[in-house]
Design a protein around this ligand. Structure first.
Ligand code: ADP
Length: 365
């Protein structure tokens, strides 16, 4: 097993940067996700780590060894792609054994390792099946076994669940985490899906336009996004354009004006009065009430209670999304969970409602 370190890597296609001065690491045995929208440079980064693409600048280390000039086959990496590409004419057993046979391992060694893999991916008894006799999820597990069987130092996943339906993705993401953790392999996992990254990763790098915006654990990224991009990409966020009125250091609060409204947000050390800011509030952090005197609003001692009118409501299932006009540029999205979803189904557009929330996050503008 190894620690992977990427140091100042850049890659240009023509005049545009696919990656610009990217540095990141995956500790020995860690499962690290590279998360970003389509075209952000995720695959390019993974391919540079695999040795399939040579960077214009920068270094890649496996432990203390600079591997940037090593060809892929000397790096000992296992690769799992979105397009599974099992050999259709070979059985499950033969597909998994393929890499070992190439390496001319003795037959009993091949047999032992293939059986170990079948056990790991929970497909014992599937040896003789052909890929067309497997479900999408089973086929992807075979692809993982095939990548693992050669005992790679590093496992690389490029959107391995991309083409599967939602239910399978849900199951398989936990399966991938279990398999990777059982083998203890250092793994890098590329995805554009935040919920997938959160379910799988020990640590996540959020990438945007070829630049790493932020690295952190799922909780760190969710609780303390460093940029509006990260806040918006990790779940959904309302953004309000405001101006700092004053910073109350003693109470760790910044008072800000958004149009004619005053909002109390979390202070930041570097903010000054009259500075332009962006205030980020998550829909799930907002409480909605039909009356301002509702007990629960007072009980929670919320920092901000604002009156508005319902613009739209949408029953999503797990939550009821309400859009409330509070007299700023755009309606505020607020999500109602639990039994209150049904209680609030009877409010109609135009009805008065109150939204309440605690100290939102502030970004500089
Ligand atoms: P992602 O995996 O996040 O979708 P990619 O790493 O595939 O992003 O691509 C990053 C950027 O580099 C994109 O703008 C893409 O169009 C560009 N790009 C990728 N590969 C090539 C290539 N071979 N030639 C030209 N441009 C490329």
């Amino acid at each position: 097993m190894v620690r992977v370190l990427v140091d100042g890597v850049s890659k240009k296609y023509g005049n545009t940067y696919a990656l610009r001065d990217v540095s990141m690491k995956a500790d020995d045995g860690a499962l690290v996700c590279i998360l970003g929208p389509s075209g952000s440079g995720k695959s390019t980064l993974l391919r540079i780590i695999a040795g399939l693409i040579h960077p214009d600048k920068g270094r890649v280390y496996f432990d203390d060894n600079d591997v940037v000039n090593l060809p892929t086959w000397k790096r000992n990496v296992g690769f799992v792609f979105q397009n599974i590409a099992l050999f259709p004419h070979l059985t499950v057993y033969e597909n998994i054994a393929f890499g070992l046979k190439l390496r001319k391992l003795p037959k009993d060694e091949v047999d032992r390792r293939v059986k170990e893999m079948l056990k790991l991916i929970k497909l014992e008894g599937y040896e003789k099946r052909k890929p067309r006799e497997l479900s999408g999820g089973e086929a992807q597990r075979v692809a993982i076994a095939r990548a693992l069987v050669i005992n790679p130092s590093v496992l690389l996943f490029d959107e391995p669940l991309g083409h599967l339906d939602a239910k399978l993705r849900e199951e398989l993401k936990f399966e991938i985490r279990r398999i990777v953790k059982e083998t203890g392999k250092t793994s890098l996992y590329v995805t554009h899906d935040q919920s997938e990254a959160f379910a799988i990763a020990d640590y996540i790098y959020v990438i945007n336009k070829g630049v790493i915006e932020q690295g952190g654990t799922p909780i760190e990224l969710y609780e303390s996004p460093k940029s509006p991009f990260v806040a918006e990409f990790i779940g959904s966020t309302n953004f309000l354009k405001g101006k700092v009125i004053e910073v109350d250091k003693a109470n760790n609060i910044v008072k800000a004006s958004v149009g004619s409204i005053e909002i109390h947000a979390l202070a930041r050390a570097d903010l000054k009065a009259s500075e332009s800011i962006l205030i980020g509030i998550r829909p799930e952090d907002i409480l909605v009430s039909k009356h301002i005197d509702e007990e629960y609003l007072r009980k929670e001692l919320l920092a901000n209670i604002l009156a508005g009118r319902l613009v739209r409501k949408l029953f999503v299932g797990p939550y009821l999304r309400l859009e409330v006009d509070i007299g700023v540029e755009e309606p505020i999205k607020a999500d109602v969970y639990g039994d209150r979803r049904y209680e609030y189904l009877n409010i109609e557009p135009g009805d008065e409602v109150y939204i309440a929330f605690n100290k939102p996050i502030v970004f500089k503008r």
